[in-house]
Unconditional design. Sequence first.
Length: 180
Amino acid sequence: MSRNYLIIDLEATCWDRGDPRRKESEIIEIGAVLVAPGTDADGREFQTFVQPVRHPGLSEFCQELTSIRQADVERAPRFPGALAQLTSFVERIGRVVFCSWGDYDRRQFLCDCGFHRVKYPFGKMHVNLKARFAERMRCRPCGMEQAARMLHLDLRGTHHRAIDDARNIAGVARSLSLFN
């Protein structure tokens, strides 16, 4: 039986170096792409913005980095609602293995789940695609953008937008068969 892999990328509130709020980042966008080898479900996607509550105003730095605007998050559900939407998307697929580029996204999910007192939905299984890439390529861990360049893949969309980065991570993972 083949596994379903859900590649998730997050964007979170962020500030310039030295700003004490950096330790209180919250998810502001969730992007997910399903990689289901050998099925017609491969490539299904999920995206939502998330309204931050600790520091509801996005910094200029954050808006410039992510291209996410204040109006995008003000119209969005708060984290518990956004997580419920993601969970509903996952339930329609069936069991999935949570994958991300590095461990940041898993840790940020855990942090936001704890802050909002909601259950972490992914269990213990997590695939760190950054580590798998480094192992497969016999190189040091690197960013998704550098990994794509190493494979001569063009990045699509806007870097630091969760749904676009999830799509690009899926492209890197598929090109190297990181799920085998």
